[in-house]
Design a protein around this ligand. Structure first.
Ligand code: TRP
Length: 329
């Protein structure tokens, strides 16, 4: 039994990258471990500061967590902003994080490129807040997608530095974790890179059949293989990769063989992929709508989750304050 923490930023609906990269792993881990899953609404302010959207986004992601099968009886589900102790630990960790290392973080550099007019200090210290999220429960495992690896690296660094600085063995060094062997990266439909909210290349858990079909039919491919067993181009490989998550193995084999024999019609492949994606997404979409309409249930989940998360978080912060040297008069 290990302590597990993970979260997703509440910056919009969840897509298949969030599902297969992180959520699917949460769900598999929740019954055997001590799990804390939260909605990173403080983090969302680094890129999405609009007050009118904040609550609705949080509620949507919460409904999606629950619809996907995160079980509030098994795991602690909470909103990051309900646990003020996270903000305090973040402040304390900022004192042992160096500006230079934060500036060198790949995700920070990417954000500077994406939003040059809003390079706020929250973006710079994003990994510090993320470290606080994780170590506040003294977690050892963090189910996340591959893109989060640099952040986990920094979390370990801060945990280690804290332990060294105060000569304690207090925080464990948490590992990024995937239930399968490797961290998952779901590609987008635009030919390269990962599926992402900011990239606008994703299939969302709330997409209906028509939307899915339209997106998949518009996915980038190439002009087709000209010799047998030709290597797959990146856009086509990406479609096969997505298929691996939603289609039957014999379906994939069928299209792979067509490809290898230069007989493939990408239109057929896309039609099949759209169908399989819809079979996967449709029940989730319906469940999300049901759950998001159930005010009372959501309120209860959030309240119970906050109580449980604060119990664990306040214990850690109390001990950390002692270690650092804050004493009562
Ligand atoms: N950075 C993560 C993302 O963009 C969200 C996140 C914030 C997180 N704090 C975390 C994930 C702690 C795991 C653990 O998806």
């Amino acid at each position: 039994m290990e302590t597990v923490v993970s979260g997703i930023r509440s910056t919009g609906n969840l897509h298949l990258g969030n599902y297969f990269g992180a959520l699917a792993n949460f769900i598999k881990m929740q019954h055997e471990n001590n799990c804390y899953f939260f909605i990173a609404d403080y983090h969302s302010l680094t890129t999405h500061p609009t007050p009118a959207d904040l609550h609705g986004n949080v509620r949507q992601v919460l409904s999606e967590y629950l619809a996907c099968g995160i079980d509030p009886e098994a795991a602690t589900i909470y909103l990051q902003s309900d646990v003020h102790e996270v903000a305090e630990l973040y402040l304390l960790l900022n004192m042992i994080a160096y500006v230079g290392e934060l500036e060198r973080t790949t995700t920070f550099k990417e954000k500077v490129r994406l939003q040059p007019d809003n390079v706020n200090a929250g973006l710079l210290t994003y990994p510090v807040l993320m470290a606080a999220d994780i170590i506040i429960h003294k977690a050892s495992r963090v189910p996340v997608g591959k893109d989060q690896e640099p952040h986990l690296e920094m979390t370990r660094k801060f945990a280690r530095r804290f332990n060294n600085m105060y000569s304690v063995e207090y925080f464990p060094e948490p590992e990024a974790y995937n239930f399968g062997k490797e961290l998952v990266k779901i590609p987008g439909l635009d030919g390269s890179g990962k599926m992402g909210k900011s990239e606008g290349n994703g299939i969302y858990l709330t997409d209906d059949e028509k939307t899915i079909r339209k997106k998949v039919m518009a996915a980038v491919t190439d002009t087709g293989p000209v010799e047998k067993y030709q290597e797959l181009s990146e856009p086509v490989k990406n479609l096969f990769t997505i298929m691996k998550f939603v289609s039957r193995p014999d379906t994939i084999e069928y299209f792979m063989e067509k490809y290898n024999l230069c007989q493939i019609r990408y239109g057929d492949l896309k039609k099949q992929l759209a169908e399989d994606l819809n079979i996967f997404v449709e029940p989730l979409r319906k469940r999300i709508m049901e759950i998001s309409a159930d005010e009372e249930y959501l309120r209860k989940v959030v309240k119970d989750g906050a109580d449980k998360a604060r119990e664990s978080a306040s214990r850690t912060v109390r001990e950390v304050r002692e270690i650092i040297g804050f004493r009562p008069f």
